[in-house]
Design a protein around this ligand. Structure first.
Ligand code: ATP
Ligand code: MG
Length: 609
């Protein structure tokens, strides 16, 4: 069947890889949207608006009190996939502006396309907006809406446009319509059906609604100007026939409004003052304005009308943020699911250990600008580090264990040791653990042949076991293949950390360790960036060719006893390693599972020390 122009939204263009990375965007404190809102408020632009407490046309809103919200914004996801880091930018922006200016932000599902949408996505989106820390329940209002609930009003408005001669039913084939649309340099050609009478248009449109016509046989178009230099104004489609079941309205409708028509109407019904969207919608603004202007002239909407404002979408290096590409990663099994900790989805970031505070901090730092650019992944990682450094409990984990035997330590001896839960919060208390004769250390903390500047263990070297004693390395054991199986050392009983003797030992190396007798085994998932290239999908490249083959490594590690007590989703700093989170699904009491969230410093892409 011939496909009429779809209700799809415009495709976003990626900036080229050469576009600036991390160029100084305007800060959240003073971005152009804030200036605009302040100017609008100073002019008292919205003082005359009324709000009935529910979305609706002018006649309904007029019955309400003056709108208690100084501004209204909305976050309008299409429930056809999981939210990603780009959506977080839009969420923080819209909810943040409403919060800061005495307004309200609505969560509206833009669910006017029946084909790709699903309740599963609705539920997941609601959960993630809440998780990020925002609420649409504010000041006694519950502003959670579905554009599909507006279908009757959107339809009624379409009939009014027809009656006013502002819309017509076009019965050309999809090919004819495409051919008559013109090009960027040539005007379009009027449809032979463009001058149907209002009565005939109304009759046909009602028949479309009643299911009397097959998909693709007719569409409803706005009558604007086939010669407009802006192709979006060449009689754009308003409604198409789709015999599809909708996830909310079921089979009530067999015609569905196009996104570009439903969106301004939905905004207006909700009293939205600032409709904030991404730059690819800029060319659609004239049609957005046209729709609202006509409906205001017809008396079904009141002024001031909603205004659309565009900002640059977030592009982040080493990631893709297109739902289609994310879907492909999931369905082709490149990742374990939408919540794979390597995914830039909010569920993935959450499972990775990202916190709402870190994501809010990130969105604040990148600000909002009007020019597309790439934001470096390291800015996201730094936001997480900055959030967690201040509050994550500390702990010790040995990820690549090698046995250390302190030969002069009594066989059954035990030395109690302790360390602060957080170095800057002595009031949070201490973690207790014991030192025994046999310990675990990191394999990389010992070498037989030290390179220059290596201050850790090698035969003859002295290092401090953190929170314990100074030891001197005496040698190592090897198996038949020459692999090192154990390191030997002797300790200095008067060198214990925190005792007066400690200061007499000056050592350059300071390594972490765990008792082989009392530490716990844990599964640790060492995640890295999913893509090995900063711009995996720039310039139409096949993004799958840039997948990082080493983006996850799972190890059996040892962790200190206190880490057996942490709850799911609790973040900890493994000393010297980075920030880890107890997996929100697989971590169980007695069976700890940790995900690496981010390293201690930005060393990505640099050779391992
Ligand atoms: P995708 O292109 O990944 O399918 P979308 O734009 O179709 O995403 P919507 O559900 O329509 O997804 O998005 C809801 C809101 O989030 C829109 O206002 C959209 O402009 C905004 N948004 C989506 N992606 C980004 C991004 N990368 N940066 C900033 N805002 C975004
Ligand atoms: Mg899109």
């Amino acid at each position: 069947m011939a496909e009429h122009p779809t209700g799809a939204r415009p495709a976003s263009a990626k900036p080229t890889a050469a576009a600036g990375t991390g160029n100084a965007p305007e800060t959240a404190a003073g971005n152009f949207l804030r200036n605009q809102i302040e100017q609008d408020l100073a002019q008292g632009k919205y003082l005359a608006r009324h709000w009935s407490g529910q979305p609706g046309p002018a006649m309904q809103q007029r019955t309400g009190a003056p709108d208690p919200a100084r501004i209204r914004t909305r976050f309008p996801p299409e429930p056809n996939g999981y939210l990603h880091i780009g959506h977080a930018k839009s969420i923080c922006l819209n909810f943040g502006l409403a919060r800061d200016y005495g307004g309200r932000c609505h969560l509206r599902f833009d669910d006017t396309n029946p084909v790709k949408e699903d309740q599963e996505y609705v539920d997941a989106i609601i959960e993630m907006v809440r998780w990020l820390g925002f609420s649409w329940q504010d000041g006694g209002e519950d502003n959670l809406y579905f554009a599909s609930d507006y279908f009757p009003v959107i339809y009624d408005f379409a009939e009014r446009l027809i009656q006013a001669g502002l819309a017509y039913v076009d019965s050309q084939s999809a090919e004819q319509m495409r051919a008559n649309r013109g090009t960027l340099t040539e005007p379009g050609t009027d449809s032979p059906f463009r001058n149907r009478s209002a009565d005939e248009n109304l009759r046909l449109f009602r028949e479309m609604r009643e299911g009397k016509h097959a998909e693709g046989t007719h569409i409803l178009r706005a009558r604007i100007d086939m010669a407009s230099p802006n192709i979006n104004l060449r009689d754009p489609a308003l409604y198409r026939i789709r015999f599809a079941e909708h996830h909310r309205s079921g089979k009530t409708w067999c015609i569905y409004p196009m996104y570009d028509y439903a969106h301004p109407v939905s905004d207006a019904l909700e009293n939205i003052t600032h409709s904030i969207c991404t730059l690819e919608f800029q060319d659609h603004r004239p049609f957005y304005d046209w729709v609202l202007e006509q409906l205001a002239s017809l008396g079904v909407l009141d002024r001031p009308l909603t205004q659309q404002w565009e900002f640059a979408r977030l592009n982040i290096t080493y990631a893709v943020t297109s739902k289609r590409k994310l879907q492909q990663l999931v369905t082709e099994g490149h990742v374990s699911g939408w919540d794979d900790p390597r995914m830039p989805t909010l569920v993935g970031l959450r499972r990775r250990g990202y916190t709402p505070a870190a994501l809010q901090l990130f969105c604040e730092r990148i600000g909002v600008s009007k020019a597309d650019s790439w934001i470096d992944m390291s800015i996201l990682e730094a936001a997480l580090r900055d959030d967690l450094d201040a509050r994550a409990h500390r702990g010790v984990a040995v990820l690549d264990p090698l046995r250390l035997v302190i030969d002069n330590f009594p066989e059954e001896g035990e030395e109690p040791c302790s360390a602060p839960v957080h170095p800057h919060h002595p009031e949070w208390g201490k973690r207790d653990f014991a030192l025994h004769r046999e310990l675990w250390i990191e394999r990389e903390d010992f070498t037989e042949t030290p390179p220059k500047g290596y201050f850790r263990l090698f035969p003859g070297s002295k290092v401090r076991l953190r929170y314990g004693f100074v030891i001197e390395c005496t040698g190592c054991d090897k198996d038949a293949q020459g692999n090192i199986t154990a390191v030997h050392a002797r300790y200095f009983p008067d060198s214990k950390s925190g005792t007066p003797g400690a200061d007499t030992y000056k050592v350059k190396g300071n390594i972490h360790w765990l008792s082989a007798r009392s530490s716990l085994q844990a599964e640790v998932r060492l995640y890295d960036r999913l893509f090995a290239e900063p711009h995996p999908d720039a310039g139409g490249k096949d993004f799958l060719t840039s997948l990082n083959p080493d983006s996850v490594r799972i190890v059996q590690a040892w962790v200190e006893p206190s880490l057996g007590q942490v709850d799911k989703e609790q973040s900890v700093q493994f000393e010297r390693h980075g920030y880890f989170v107890a997996d929100r699904i697989d971590h169980l009491p007695g069976k700890p599972v940790f995900n690496r969230s981010v390293g201690l410093k930005d060393s990505w892409g640099k050779p391992a020390a």
